[in-house]
Ligand binder design. Structure first.
Ligand SMILES: Cc1ncc(C[n+]2csc(CCOP(=O)(O)OP(=O)(O)O)c2C)c(N)n1
Length: 622
């Protein structure tokens, strides 16, 4: 019987984690890595392992929990997206220097092309910075195999290893032969070692550094030999006129292209372990080719580890674009130019562009779902204070930028601290804020990195209103649980839900009120009251706008169907520009709004969006 399964790249990685006997898997969600932890929980349930699978409140927490497990000799793994590694950077650097007892992998998913991220940073560069080995898969199957190798290498050298899949590997699908669990760690045992073994202290660091550098060089050798299976050459059939060195999905793309173009004169060196670079193999390849194109995403990590780059055509001399994803079209054009062929315009792409032009297709802006509780929350804040500065954060609610209700976004948790900074700006002139200051963030983001900022704001007496948009889930990344929900990824396991309002009060906030997010009119007074309190008392006030995420509702919500009274609609577009629900469409010919039944979910909230009373309920609440 054929037992192969088609798995998502992230599922293949998860399968590798369970099969390789990883004992503790922790993560904080973030595209493109989010599916790894839930898939690991599902495989652990299916195979009946005792694997601990847990979400951390943020990536620093996740990495430290995994590290703690390795201190007791267990195999552990922490999973995150690339910007999550910035949050975990502090323990990441410490962990890199330890002589670990158990195997440890950190899986960091990169997002070249910024499909769902604020930047396209290359985590391989941070592996190089920390001097830890990095595996860069070019397929889902290889990513799964690399999990085993990363644990073996980690245990051999007592070093943390990185697996760095990029988005196209995380989200590709490939058929894979699943295996059984093939490794068991020794029973948990914290060995009290002579001081310094698991303690980073300045006095102990120098010998750590020496040992760390030595093992990095030893691993470089092993990437040429024992662990060298991920680095191999596909020789050209004819004498090569061009060499290509490629890593990650760029290898898979260029390999297919060279075959499809029938170029027998191109040799390819695949690099699956870019850090530390197996320099002998690379230099040997460079010596045998007059010119070599280097394809990697997104930072020149391979390129920069080569001392003599004179034969390299890469980012350093402009052959490869410095930004943007290396999608097949880009690689094809770079490859052809490197071969001295001027790429021809693709007729299919040209006719697509012409069709787009002809149809005058409007660019669809990303919007909140119909019925989302974030929309009326922002609408109410803007209605109460049209001149408020609203420092926002990263989550679904950042889409309220379409409602002209988002003034700043920096990174997770920064809404609160930016609001603090605004208060400090006015305070530096001896004045109180000259405009109402609001910070807005979601429940998951509050637990991720909001609490420390809030405690700081209370301590320093910063007068702003924090609105927590509590939809009881981490929605933007696909609906993961967090400390506020209390649910856990493994079947039959329950956690404890951390009380959000209690956490807010624990940070020292005295003014905390919970609002039903849908009740726009009813909330206006409380919003005004909260700002008055913050200003008068000189301290933060907190409003929790609560409404469960509509895409994850467990109960059927009440239906409150509405229609637009065309007699009353004056065409002011406030419902379009300030409320912006997909269920509220615009009739350009008659310059009136109308309800688009294809998208409307009958939540009835838009009744509050029209200042002219043109959106009206029809029939009874169902
Ligand atoms: C450091 C970091 N980790 C993870 C992410 C991915 N991410 C984007 S928004 C978000 C949280 C969203 O949840 P919440 O704050 O509850 O808002 P919601 O989307 O549910 O409205 C996450 C985890 C990120 N952008 N940055």
């Amino acid at each position: 019987m054929n037992t192969r399964k088609v798995l998502l790249g992230n599922e293949a990685i998860a399968r590798g984690l369970i099969e390789s006997g990883c004992d503790v898997i922790t993560a904080y969600p973030g595209t493109p890595s989010s599916e790894i932890l839930p898939a690991a929980a599902a495989f652990a349930d299916e195979l009946g392992t005792k694997t601990v699978v847990e979400w951390g409140a943020n990536e620093k927490v996740a990495l430290e929990v995994a590290l703690g497990a390795t201190f007791a000799g267990k195999r552990a793994c922490a999973v995150m997206k690339q910007v999550g590694l910035n949050v975990a950077m502090d323990p990441f650097m410490s962990a890199a220097h330890f002589q670990l007892e158990g195997g440890m992998i950190v899986i960091v998913s990169d997002d070249p092309g910024c499909h769902a991220s604020q930047d396209d940073q290359d985590s391989r560069g941070l592996a190089l910075f920390a001097k830890i080995p990095c595996f860069d898969p070019s397929s889902a199957e290889e990513a799964r195999a690399m999990v085993f190798s990363a644990f073996e290498l980690s245990e051999k050298h007592k070093v943390m290893a990185m697996l760095r899949p990029a988005v196209r590997i995380d989200h590709c699908r490939q058929d894979i032969e699943p295996g059984e669990v093939s490794h068991a760690s020794a029973p948990a045992n914290f060995k009290t070692r002579p001081a310094g073994h698991k303690v980073v202290m300045p006095a102990r660091i120098l010998p750590f550094l020496e040992a760390h550098n030595a093992r990095f060089e030893a691993i470089r050798q092993e990437f040429e030999t024992e662990f060298g299976q991920y680095n191999f050459e596909i020789p050209s059939k004819k004498p090569a006129s061009l060499g290509v060195i490629a890593g990650g999905v760029s290898f898979a793309i260029v390999k297919d292209l060279v075959e499809a173009l029938g170029r027998d004169d191109v040799a390819i060196l695949k690099i699956g372990t870019p850090v530390p670079l197996p320099t002998k193999r690379v230099e040997d390849f460079l010596a045998r080719h007059e010119r070599t194109l280097v394809l990697e995403e997104t930072f020149p990590v391979i390129e920069n580890q080569v001392v003599d780059r004179t034969k390299i055509m890469g980012r350093w001399n402009g052959w490869v674009p410095k930004e943007g994803e290396l999608v097949p079209e880009v690689i094809e054009s770079v490859l052809l130019r490197a071969l001295g062929v001027e790429p021809e315009a693709d007729p299919a792409l040209e006719s697509l562009a012409a069709a787009r032009e002809k149809l005058k297709l409007a660019v669809k802006k990303p919007v909140l779902c119909a019925g989302c509780g974030h929309r009326p929350s922002y609408f109410a804040i803007r209605k109460a204070f049209p001149d408020a500065v609203i420092a926002s954060d990263i989550g679904c609610y950042s889409l309220s930028i379409q409602q002209q209700a988002v003034d700043t976004i920096v990174c997770m948790g920064a809404s609160i601290t930016v609001a603090s900074g605004l208060c400090c700006a006015w305070r530096s002139e001896g004045a109180e804020p000259q405009r109402p200051v609001f910070a807005t963030l979601g429940d998951s983001t509050f637990f991720h990195n909001g609490m420390t900022g809030l405690a700081t704001a209370v301590y320093n007496r910063h007068p702003f209103v924090l609105a927590i948009m509590d939809n009881r889930i981490t929605a933007m990344t696909g609906g993961q649980d967090h400390p506020g929900t209390g649910d856990k990824p493994r079947r039959n396991e329950t956690g404890t839900s951390v009380d959000l309002e209690g956490a807010v009060r624990g940070c020292g906030v005295k003014y905390v009120k919970v609002l039903e997010a849908y009740d726009v009119e009813g909330n206006l007074e409380t919003i005004r009251e909260a700002w008055a309190y913050a200003k008068e008392q000189g301290e933060p006030a907190v409003l929790v706008f609560r409404h469960p995420c509509v895409t994850m509702l467990k109960a059927r919500p009440e239906k409150r169907p509405v229609t637009v009274d065309t007699q009353k609609c004056v065409g002011c577009r406030i419902c379009q520009d300030r409320f912006g629900c997909p269920g509220l469409a615009w009739d350009g010919e008659n310059r009136k709004a109308f309800i688009d039944g294809r998208f409307c979910v009958d939540c009835g909230v838009c009744v509050s969006a029209c200042p002219h009373g043109a959106i009206v309920r029809i029939g009874e609440v169902r």
